[in-house]
Design a protein around this ligand. Structure first.
Ligand code: SF4
Ligand code: SF4
Ligand code: SF4
Ligand code: FES
Length: 952
């Protein structure tokens, strides 16, 4: 489509029980009381000129361009329509001759201190000052004309230096009209409060934090200020490099599970900039640095465009045509099955591909491979969510839409760091907290959400890694003992016998706050107070992340949270719920698509004859009636010599799995490893066939975000590999003897919808019409289901589960006295395959070890010095970062860089129900180091990793 400009109503919408009726240029309009004249006018199609207003920030009234007149106006001045509410009977004139001339005068003043260079300005064609000047006859030959207020003495800002410090956008003060839109966008939309206006009058200027430039300030490069700027003062560098875009493609971010909708603005099939889409159900026109700016990897020179094969992983790669590569892989996989049996191979779907691509991979495995050896990366992140929520509520997904947080009164964030992991949702959450919602944060680390500008947690419970279960049990214990549970809700909505068993269990002293003191390290009084706050909130909502699931008791903890939410009546309505903040863009979707070895699409058991027969009839094959191997079982079997071949789409196990040495051994034991990815990853070092993959800019299909929202992904360019990923998978299936015959990803989605009750009626056409749909989508909810379990739980009655605390075996001892926990940072994503190939590396290009000053000092460790991190599994080195954000006794690192190999030290411990690895608890010791670890040295010596450079 041509360049899409969304309508801006000038000021935010207002909620009121009362309505008022007024007249704008003779047109009658009725709106909620408190609505601005500017918004009301926009609603009847009258766009009042403006420079400082937007409908995503509060009106400020600084530019004065929006003045209007109305009957009965008193005094000399004219009111600004953005700050003046329309009232009953008001008769407003927006555009008489006098107002027009006043506006023209105002514009001339702005122009008097503005370069007259529209034709050479990067913002030419996308500048409100230029547009308004044109509308007021102050533009000639596309140049601003000299103002009558020209400062003859040269007293202007036209010699101000440009700030080019941010790699993605420039700030040119000479084009700034000090409208403060950027400041308000940073405060109100993003919630970072990085900008201010320094000084007053002529001296006033935009200042990033206390520093002199954006890069060194608190700015997190979300780009909201750039999007808000009405001139070319704040502008993307890519616009200067590539020119103004002339086409829009609506699509979805390929990074985190928030699933932000974007307008990819394109020129000659090349993305010029990504602008968050206002109609995006998840993000409402906001984004973070990754989605808005870190997309350059799609054209990075390291991308592999041609398929490659090799007989042995020590051989050099040989580029071949697709037919040869697919034939090579198919033959090897078949040969393995002939020699070692049908179950000796398997495959992995990706949380970074589309639903359609994930669906077809599991179909390949269940048909052409003839087994159920399929798994996905959710195994190592939210599989306990799937298990725990299914047991208690009846389905494996979060209960709310993101917008629900705007109605929460008490927000409990457990084991999640949303400002870095789910930044756009964090901005929404922070907005609600600034409005007065209470906040409880459960996390060993003092994460940003604990304390940031205008946000302060009412309780921060810095529990020791591994102690979630006693904490959540203590919360429920307090709720029960202090009679803060919702008896009516429990009676009508929950399963009675399971509740009775649970009450007996939870009342026991072993679940009291006193009992939780020792394992959690948090005093009973604080636990009790925080529990009261959650249990007595009107609407209490839980948001959680991998700090909940990646434990040996991850599933127990998920059920513990569900118990608490049910007992206090906090599921099934807006503002409440139990919500996993899912990590990758399509991790929800890959699970929905039947990527687990025990479930067919829609989370239906493989062991159910009826379910199986639906797929058998459609696919015309016999499906094995027993669950296949989980990824961890595949790797164990590989080491044992029984699993020999694997097809992996978009997953870098060598970096993401715990206990790297074990994974190396597993991959080194296989005879056919097929890796389908954008770049030669760590896992590709063990591959025999490499199938180049497509980036999100080449994909056509759907992603499903953490709120179950099925979003459209539309291609901006043709696949540089010459084939879509679903075509490659389909051809591999055909080569192995199973024909699928899909002609488009649309046809795949149609099959998904036909076979999956929660996707009934979902199609690309419908998504194009309505934007997005939150499953379940069916006859009774044809446009989807924003809030789940409204009248009853999916399973009927909510089931309480017994959540005994079983301490992890991974405990600190004399040899390994510290507990390591891992996570991520804002600018890097997962194992960094994409983000390490963008300018985001300027903020972070290595993993560091956070350590408390006391632990550092007793070990003689200095800030920024090299340290050895050692566990019972292995050792690696990285730099120390001394900080009080981490409690004494705990250390923390990220896993974004293969050079660090954080997972060399993590262990084989995993969740009892799902095998989700216990990444969050590893007993370690740290000591000063003078050289790299043996593992790191071997890695550099042995592996042919292509060094990563950022595109120039
Ligand atoms: S990029 Fe985002 S965080 Fe940085 S100043 Fe602009 S609005 Fe604030
Ligand atoms: S940088 Fe842009 S948005 Fe900010 S005050 Fe200047 S003109 Fe307004
Ligand atoms: S919040 Fe997540 S989905 Fe949104 S732009 Fe950032 S990475 Fe992309
Ligand atoms: S838009 Fe109303 S004062 Fe600027």
């Amino acid at each position: 489509m041509t360049l899409l400009k969304e309508k801006d109503f000038g000021t935010p919408s207002v909620k009121s029980d009362n309505e008022v009726t007024g007249y704008i240029d003779g047109i009658e309009i009725t709106v909620p009381e408190g609505t601005s004249i500017m918004r009301a006018a926009a609603m009847v199609g009258i766009d009042i000129p403006s420079l400082c207003a937007s409908d995503n920030i509060d009106a400020f009234g600084s530019c004065r361009l929006c003045i209007v007149d109305f009957e009965g106006r008193k005094g000399f001045g004219y009111p600004s329509s953005c700050t003046t509410p329309i009232s009953n009977g008001m008769k407003i004139k927006t555009n008489n001759a006098h107002i027009k001339s006043l506006r023209k005068d105002l514009l001339e003043m702005y122009i008097s201190d503005h370069p007259l260079d529209c034709n050479s300005c990067s913002a030419d064609g996308d500048c409100d000052l230029q547009t308004q000047s044109d509308n007021h006859n102050l533009l000639k030959n596309n140049q601003l004309i000299a103002s009558k207020y020209d400062f003859k003495d040269g007293c202007t800002h036209l010699d101000a230096d440009m700030d080019t410090s941010n790699p993605y956008f420039n700030f040119d003060p000479e084009k700034c009209i000090v409208c403060s839109k950027c400041v308000r966008a940073c405060n109100e939309v993003q919630g970072t409060f990085a900008l201010s206006i320094e000084s007053r009058g002529f001296e006033s200027k935009i200042k990033p934090g206390v520093s002199d430039n954006f890069f060194d300030s608190e700015c997190v490069s979300c780009g909201a200020c750039v999007q808000a700027c009405p001139t070319g003062s704040l502008i993307e560098k890519s616009i200067a490099e590539k020119g103004m875009p002339n086409e829009t493609v609506l699509t979805t971010c390929a990074y985190c599970g928030v699933g932000c909708s974007f307008k990819a603005e394109v020129r000659e099939n090349d993305v010029v900039r990504m602008v968050p889409y206002k109609e995006g159900g998840a993000n409402n026109g906001h984004s973070c640095i990754k989605g808005r700016f870190a997309w350059g990897y799609a054209k990075h020179k390291d991308r592999v465009a041609k398929p490659m094969i090799r007989n042995n992983i020590k051989d050099d790669w040989k580029e071949v045509e697709w037919d040869e590569a697919i034939g090579f892989a198919a033959k090897r996989l078949k040969n393995i099955q002939n020699e070692y049996g049908i179950n000796s191979i398997g495959g992995i779907t990706s949380a970074r591909t589309t639903n359609e691509e994930a669906y077809i991979v599991q179909k390949l495995i269940r048909t052409a491979f003839g087994n159920n050896n399929v798994d996905t990366c959710a195994r190592v992140c939210h599989s306990p969510t799937g298990y725990g929520l299914k047991q208690t509520f009846g389905t494996s997904a979060g209960t709310q839409n993101f917008a629900s947080v705007q109605n929460a009164d008490v927000i409990m964030v457990i084991g999640a760091n949303p400002t870095v992991g789910h930044p756009v949702f964090a901005s929404q959450m922070k907005k609600r907290i600034r409005q007065g919602a209470k906040l409880i944060v459960v996390d060993p680390r003092k994460t940003d959400i604990v304390k940031s500008p205008h946000v302060k947690a009412d309780f921060h419970l810095p529990i020791l890694p591994g102690s979630n279960v006693p904490l959540i049990n203590a919360f429920s214990h307090v709720a029960v003992h202090e009679d803060l549970i919702d008896h009516e809700y429990i009676k009508s909505r929950c399963d009675g016998p399971s509740f009775n068993d649970w009450i007996d269990f939870i009342k026991d002293d072993s679940n009291s706050p006193q009992a939780a003191e020792k394992p959690t390290g948090v005093d009973a009084k604080t636990i009790r107070k925080a529990a009261r706050l959650y249990a007595s909130g009107n609407n209490s909502a839980i948001y959680y992340g991998l700090g909940v699931t990646e434990h040996s008791q991850g599933s127990t903890m998920v059920m513990g949270m569900a118990n608490l939410a049910m007992a206090t009546g906090n599921v099934g309505f807006v503002g409440a719920g139990v919500n996993p903040l899912r990590g990758q863009n399509n991790v929800q979707g890959s699970c929905d698509m039947g990527s687990f070895p025990h479930e067919l699409p829609g989370y239906r058991p493989i062991t159910d004859d009826g379910v199986r027969s639906i797929f058998e009839n459609k696919w015309n094959v016999k499906i094995q009636n027993e669950p296949g191997m989980r990824s961890v079982n595949m790797f164990d079997a590989a080491v044992g010599g029984k699993f020999k071949g694997i097809y992996i789409q978009g997953e870098d196990f060598l970096q993401s799995e715990p206990n790297t040495q074990h994974i190396e051994e597993a991959f080194g034991s296989m005879d056919c490893v097929v890796v389908q990815d954008l770049f030669l990853t760590e896992t590709a070092n063990f591959a025999h066939a490499f199938f180049p993959a497509t980036s999100f800019l080449e994909k056509d299909g759907t992603f499903t975000n953490a709120e179950r929202r099925i979003n459209r992904v539309r291609p901006v360019m043709e696949p540089i590999t010459g084939k879509h990923e679903w075509e490659i998978t389909q051809e591999l299936a055909a080569s192995m003897g199973y024909e699928m015959n899909f002609k488009s990803s649309e046809e795949i989605l149609n099959e998904i919808a036909e076979l999956t009750p929660t996707f009934t009626g979902v199609s690309l056409k419908k998504l194009d019409e309505v934007g997005s749909i939150q499953w379940p989508c069916n006859e009774s909810a044809p446009l989807g289901t924003p809030i789940m379990h409204v009248d009853e739980f999916v399973r009927g009655k909510g089931r309480f589960m017994i959540t005994d605390y079983v301490p992890t075996t991974e405990i600190a001892n004399r040899k390994f006295p510290l507990l390591l926990t891992t996570g991520r940072n804002l600018v890097q994503y997962n194992v960094g395959t994409q983000t390490r190939r963008t300018h985001n590396t300027l903020w972070s290009n290595e993993d560091v070890l956070e350590i408390h000053p006391a632990d550092a000092s007793t070990r003689g460790i200095n800030n920024n010095s090299l340290v050895l991190l050692r566990s019972r599994k292995g050792e690696t080195t990285l730099k120390a970062f001394i900080t009080e954000k981490i409690p004494a006794g705990v250390v923390y690192t990220t896993f974004h860089n293969p050079e660090t190999g954080a997972n060399v030290v993590t262990t084989e411990n995993s969740d009892w129900a799902t095998n989700c690895p216990e990444y969050k608890v590893t007993a370690v010791e740290v000591e000063p180091a003078s050289h790299r670890s043996k593992w790191q040295k071997n890695r550099n010596d042995d592996l042919s990793q292509i060094p990563i450079t950022v595109n120039p």
